[in-house]
Design a protein around this ligand. Structure first.
Ligand SMILES: [Zn+2]
Ligand SMILES: [Zn+2]
Length: 125
């Protein structure tokens, strides 16, 4: 059994001379100590990466909050999309918005806005 290097957080130190070892490049199988030529298997670094990634606290909460804010902004603006042919450009997707008319027997009016050219038109129910 070879002596394994000392690990502190995500850093690996040479077990013989205590030198900080640099992480392996993509295809490297071992990390060689610059001071004493000790070889540390690159797999030691893989284990460290897995541990770090499975830790949800590693991601800053600021990032999650930013994503939440963006979703909120979108919900206020974006209307549901439906398959409707635009009479102006022939595009087959339009934003859909239903407007209730004042009296009940007038029914409702569907407002469409073309996703492609922003042309708007309405259809009475
Ligand atoms: Zn060393
Ligand atoms: Zn259009």
């Amino acid at each position: 059994m070879p002596t394994l290097a000392h690990k502190i957080g995500s850093l690996i130190f040479c077990p013989h001379c205590g030198t900080l070892l640099s992480p392996p490049r993509d295809d490297e199988k071992t990390v060689i100590c610059e001071q004493c030529s000790y070889e540390e298997p690159a797999s030691s670094y893989e284990n460290i990466e897995i541990t770090t990634r499975s830790h949800p606290e590693a991601f800053p909460s600021a990032l999650r909050q930013k994503r939440k804010t963006q979703t909120k902004v979108h919900q206020g603006k974006v209307l549901p999309k439906v398959s409707e042919k635009c009479p102006a450009c022939g595009h087959l997707e339009a934003f859909y918005e239903e407007k209730q008319m004042r009296s009940a027997d007038e029914g409702s009016t569907i407002l469409y806005t073309c996703v492609s050219c922003k042309h708007g038109w309405r259809v009475n129910n």
